[in-house]
Design a protein around this ligand. Structure first.
Ligand SMILES: Cc1cc2nc3c(=O)[nH]c(=O)nc-3n(C[C@H](O)[C@H](O)[C@H](O)COP(=O)(O)OP(=O)(O)OC[C@H]3O[C@@H](n4cnc5c(N)ncnc54)[C@H](O)[C@@H]3O)c2cc1C
Length: 362
């Protein structure tokens, strides 16, 4: 097992870790947990507080359950599940609800994202990870060892590590510091949380139609509330909130939901079309690496899996660089995302119509 060293240089105390993970979302919590379970000394730096908020639909495909059990050695606990806890995938094509329907045998988990992420970070801590909340990384340098500067309670601190994993999300500071000229296009996703007066079916309703979005619009029941969302390119971002107005009207007119007061409105981004999985010896995972499904907007499972693969690459590489091992391990996922991106760009309403028809006939 590698060991933590503490040394002083210029009067500044600095710690050297086997691995520093920047960002405590699903990708970071996964990487940190896998590495700590293998006996590495791991520091996980998260800028947010306990229960930090992440704009998200909170939908997980069924296969995520197995992955979570493998990485975090636990099933998803009911305390992080929303109501209804399980949903079925419902598609509506451009021609309307009459040609849509539920996808046979689909099973999705409906999680309370902030609680879910906190639980993942708690699992990381249980595995032996040193976890700091409210620790915002402001600079990183690559060399024989990585140095990381973060601010905690107004004080700047410096730590070092043999390995660095960037899991700091779509606007990754680590990526911006290590590859300043990286091309990182994004899709903007707007969300609203709305009061509804009718009982909602247990559907994750995915609507494909250009009138709402060049990508997708969705609705998810969350207890007595309905979460709706829509995605736009950066160029069309001015239409993000108007598209949510159009979608709200459509949900009401089609009898999907009896729409009431808007409780909350927010927006964030997902990576769209470029990947950077390594940077000067550091490994990038999840959104920081561009590993998010551009067709469905699904990224939690991919973040957990890429975090796992990055940690395993470090464990297997021992004292050598893990870059080659990680690039090899991540190839399948990266290729799948590239292929889906091409499909999304080539898709018009005719293709959306055919896609839904084929999904429903499966
Ligand atoms: C509106 C919306 C809805 C979505 N819905 C779904 C969905 O239903 N299902 C799904 O699977 N995916 C969904 N996604 C995508 C999903 O949220 C992401 O793909 C996923 O969160 C990526 O996980 P991550 O760990 O890579 O990054 P994140 O979850 O973004 O975590 C990054 C972490 O790094 C921390 N951080 C950032 N900068 C620093 C810093 N400088 N120092 C320290 N910490 C830092 C952040 O606070 C954060 O906790 C959605 C995305 C959006 C925008």
């Amino acid at each position: 097992m590698w060991r933590l060293k503490i040394y002083r240089r210029d009067g500044v105390e600095s710690e050297t870790w086997d691995l520093i993970v920047v960002g405590g979302g699903p990708g970071g919590a996964s990487a940190a947990t896998v590495a700590a379970t293998a006996g590495l000394n791991v520091l996980l730096l998260e800028r947010g507080d306990l229960m930090r908020h992440k704009p998200c639909g909170g939908i997980l495909p069924e296969v995520t359950e197995e992955l979570i059990e493998e990485v975090f050695n636990s099933l998803i606990p009911s305390k992080v599940l929303s109501e209804p806890a399980e949903l079925v995938l419902r598609y509506t094509p451009p021609s309307g609800v009459v040609n849509g329907g539920r996808v046979t045998n689909s099973r999705l988990f409906n999680v309370k994202r902030d609680e879910f992420d906190q639980w993942l970070r708690d699992r990381a801590q249980d595995a032996g990870v040193t976890l700091l909340h409210r620790a915002r990384v402001i600079d990183v340098k690559a060399g024989d060892i990585f140095s990381v500067i973060y601010v905690e309670n107004g004080t700047q601190k410096k730590v070092s590590a043999r390995n660095l994993i960037a899991a700091d999300g779509v606007h990754s500071l680590v990526r911006r510091k290590l590859i300043p000229d990286a091309n990182t296009p994004k899709m903007l996703v707007g969300q609203r949380l709305i009061k509804v007066s009718n009982k909602m079916p247990a559907d994750f309703h995915c609507v494909f139609a250009r009138q709402f979005s060049p990508f997708y619009a969705y609705s998810v029941p969350k207890g007595s509330l309905l979460k709706i969302g829509s995605g736009m390119t950066e160029e069309e971002s001015h239409d993000l909130m108007p598209s949510l107005d159009r979608f709200t009207e459509w949900l009401q007119q089609n009898g999907v939901a009896d729409i009431g007061e808007v409780i909350k409105q927010e927006g964030w981004a997902i990576p769209f079309g470029e990947q950077n999985v390594t940077a000067k010896g550091a490994l990038l995972v999840g959104d920081a690496a561009g590993l998010c499904n551009p067709l469905s907007g699904e990224g939690i499972r991919l973040a957990i899996e890429s975090g796992q693969l990055a940690a395993e690459a470090i464990i297997e590489s021992k004292d050598t660089s893990p870059v080659e091992n990680y690039c090899q391990a991540i190839t399948g996922m990266a290729r799948m995302i590239t292929a889906l991106h091409k499909i999304v760009l080539a898709t018009d309403d005719d293709a959306r119509e055919k896609f839904v028809a084929s999904e429903l006939s499966r």
